[in-house]
Design a protein around this ligand. Structure first.
Ligand SMILES: [Zn+2]
Length: 69
């Protein structure tokens, strides 16, 4: 299932949500911050599963510390 990014027009909160294709709230899920449904789906990144270890080749080879956010 894809993860979408949303922006809450009510409080300005930006959040990510895992959505099923049949989810009725796919375009405007409830904001986790203020529980408003005045949210918009953002068309930003598309399922960046290969974000780890792409692009930059930073010196240390075994750098598996931190990273998760
Ligand atoms: Zn909100």
């Amino acid at each position: 299932m894809p993860i979408y990014e949303y922006h809450c027009s009510n409080c300005g909160k930006e959040f990510e949500k895992l959505m099923g294709f049949s989810d009725p709230n796919i375009n405007s899920p409830e904001c986790p911050e203020c529980q408003s449904d005045n949210t918009n789906r953002r068309l930003s990144r598309v399922a960046s599963f290969s974000s780890r270890g792409s692009g930059f080749s930073s010196g240390s080879s075994c750098g598996s510390s931190g990273g998760f956010s």
